[in-house]
Design a binder for this molecule. Structure first.
Ligand SMILES: C[S@@+](CC[C@H](N)C(=O)[O-])C[C@H]1O[C@@H](n2cnc3c(N)ncnc32)[C@H](O)[C@@H]1O
Length: 306
């Protein structure tokens, strides 16, 4: 199927993961999931009600408030309309869990819309502190603001700026998330549209933008703070190459990701390009490993001496 839609992409992906399971899972329907929003209701109460209704299935193993759901379309369920449950893919729940969030922190979400992770960050901070939720596109900001309101987030300041300009706010934030714009190849299970759109040039252009966004996010972070970089693509140019760039050009350190899930270490080499050995501490989540979308994440620390 994929080889008919975009043969160039098919050949590229074979270099990333040549296993039969990888391509099989790209073709399978995605298992949907939701996050229970504890800013609006108690987890046990929502869990009990929606389990009785047969909506919730088992818990997402790495997220205490993430659940797989049985219904294909749950948009008419009152809890969804009220922001008590938020549709979010299981892997998209990961980045905020790595940010060592606490109440009272000052957090930057550099590429925030539509706000799945911003609302999760607010949940983990129990609505105490401050989140600067930024995006560059006005039409995306409207969705972000509506989701923040729906989920009862009280601590977000929404800004519309090119994220690359945040570098001028040096050492301001306790934690930063760069959930970067990417080629979305990990979302092929939702739609083949992303596969049709892909070209090597697209990934090369995105890689340049992602490096600049990550450097800006790093500058804005306080020494000792956590910077999480994530994408929903398989493309090494947008993943390992970007983290490698940050490590080579700053004093950033990279930490292991310890979550109860199956993953592949970041590549230290791809198509003749060598990345720093440390890059293997990034994780790649390919769809067959946890029956999920594809995802990539790195946890970085700004060294105290920066
Ligand atoms: C992967 S999406 C973010 C998803 C979001 N973090 C969430 O969890 O719902 C990437 C976002 O980056 C935004 N973006 C693209 N270029 C940007 C830039 N130069 N600065 C800031 N945001 C940018 C896009 O508008 C898009 O909303």
């Amino acid at each position: 199927m994929l080889n008919e839609i975009n043969p160039e992409l098919f050949e590229r992906l074979k270099k990333v993961d040549s296993s039969r399971e990888f391509f099989e899972f790209l073709d399978r329907r995605l298992r949907k999931s939701v996050r229970i929003n504890t800013l609006k209701a108690r987890l046990e109460v929502v869990f009990e009600r929606l389990s009785k209704e047969g909506l919730l299935e088992e818990r997402v193993p790495w997220c205490d408030f993430g659940y797989y759901v049985s219904e294909e379309d749950f948009s008419t369920i009152p809890e969804h309309q009220l922001g008590i449950i938020f549709p979010q893919s299981s892997v998209s729940m990961i980045p905020p869990l790595l940010m060592d969030l606490r109440k009272g922190m000052k957090v930057l979400d550099l590429c925030a819309s539509p706000g799945a992770k911003t609302t999760e960050i607010a949940q983990l901070m129990e609505n105490e502190g401050c989140i600067v939720a930024n995006d560059v596109k006005i039409e995306r900001l409207n969705v972000l603001i509506s989701n923040l309101q729906k989920c009862g987030v009280l601590i977000a300041k929404v800004t519309m700026m090119d994220g690359r300009k945040f570098g001028k706010f040096e050492n301001r934030f306790d934690a930063v998330l760069v959930d970067a714009p990417c080629s979305n190849l990990g979302m092929i299970r939702r739609s083949y549209a992303h596969a049709k759109l892909w070209s090597l040039k697209l990934s090369l252009d995105l890689s340049k933008l992602q490096k600049e966004l990550l450097i800006a996010g790093y500058k804005a972070l306080k020494p000792g703070g956590v910077l999480v970089y994530s994408t929903c693509t398989f493309e090494p140019l947008e993943n390992e190459a970007v983290v490698d760039y940050l490590l080579r050009n700053t004093n950033a350190e990279i930490e292991e990701v310890n979550l109860p899930l199956r993953s592949i270490p970041g590549f230290t080499e791809f198509e003749g390009h060598r990345f720093l050995g440390e890059v293997k501490k990034c994780i790649r989540i390919h769809p067959q490993l946890n029956d999920s979308e594809g995802f990539f994440v790195a946890k970085l620390i700004k060294s105290e001496s920066s």
